[in-house]
Design a protein around this ligand. Sequence first.
Ligand code: 7TS
Length: 407
Amino acid sequence: MPSWKTVRDDFPALRQQVNGQPLVYLDNAATTQKPQVVIDALSHFYEHDNANVHRGLHALSMRATDDYEGARARVAKFINAAAPEEIVFTRGTTESINLVASSWADANLKPGDVILLTEMEHHSNLVPWQLAARRTGAVLRYVPVTGDDGRLDLTQLDRLLTREVKLFAFTHISNTLGTINPVAELCARARAVGAVSVVDAAQSSGHMPIDVRAMGCDFLAFSGHKMAGVTGIGVLYGRRHLLDTMPPWQGGGGMIAHVDFFESRWKPSPERFEAGTPNFADAYALGVACDYLDGLGREEIQRHDAGLAQLAYEKLSALPKIRLLGPPDGERGGLVSFALHDVHAHDVVTLADQDGIALRGGHHCNQPLMKKLGLTGTARASFYLYNTAAEVDALVASLQRIQKFFS
Ligand code: 7TS
């Protein structure tokens, strides 16, 4: 069992004051802070091992290649992939999903095919499919969200998940509602109609155990910066047989087996999808972030984050004139979204900042969901392994001051 008090000391950015108050960082769904070991790993790489990968026969290049490929193997283990070749490094979740939407979708979809999404998708798991639909003639369908309790209406699946559905893409944890979706069940349902499944794990990868084989997903996407890793590195997991039959989506150095003036042949995955100099330094630091999270234990992290979110949900429920989103109990990851009746979400965030509290306010890249719920935006508190129950109290006290100010 980690000592959550000393875990906080691992994060130098938390040792500061904002507007004269100790920083209460509750914007972890946007990006998390980085532990010293990850910051040090990045410096270490640049101070000792920096050289381009996969091409040099000199010592530094070989070391950098070992660091990069070691990180790939580490990430494979982190999500229980069958092989490191199933891990493609990208810039983040958005790029991972765009890769599938460009490569797999363009090669496999035809007019009349259906891409099934859900109403709670982040724009990153929605717009790439709109673009793919426009290119291929496929059409979009959506699994509805039940309402403020933020669950997927699975009673509609029989009607929606027909044989025309070729791909079902959905989020593991909603970044606005906090809902944890039953991914294994959804992947199995997709497979039963011959559709491939794409899981957006941006909000889950650093917060709970991820086992792609137990989930039964075909693709899974996540970002390093949301899981104590650095910015600019992310992951696309894909089943090997799928990746190896997909065409490249970008051309350049590193992804080719042979190039002639008029045609080229590609390497297998993962190189096929990593044209140009890859982001090897940040990948190395991501491997260190995986070690850090596993050192604490991801089940413990999940219990901690969900516990704080539940506490926040209960304490916020006791405030007057507040509307809370997402499941009231269980099935919730580490975040809570809320709207104060008489205060715009941006005002909530600006005034909370005066108390040193970092929240996010707005539509959270979930515009269609906001519209459906009749909201222009919400304020959101999202928790991570360094947050405390005292910070939940600080949030509640700040909201009470804000409500008083506007009354
Ligand atoms: N999918 C989900 C569920 C997300 O929450 C986000 C980012 C993304 C995809 C995109 O990740 P990126 O790393 O490629 O940008 N979500 C948020 C958020 O909730 N606040 O800021 C970014």
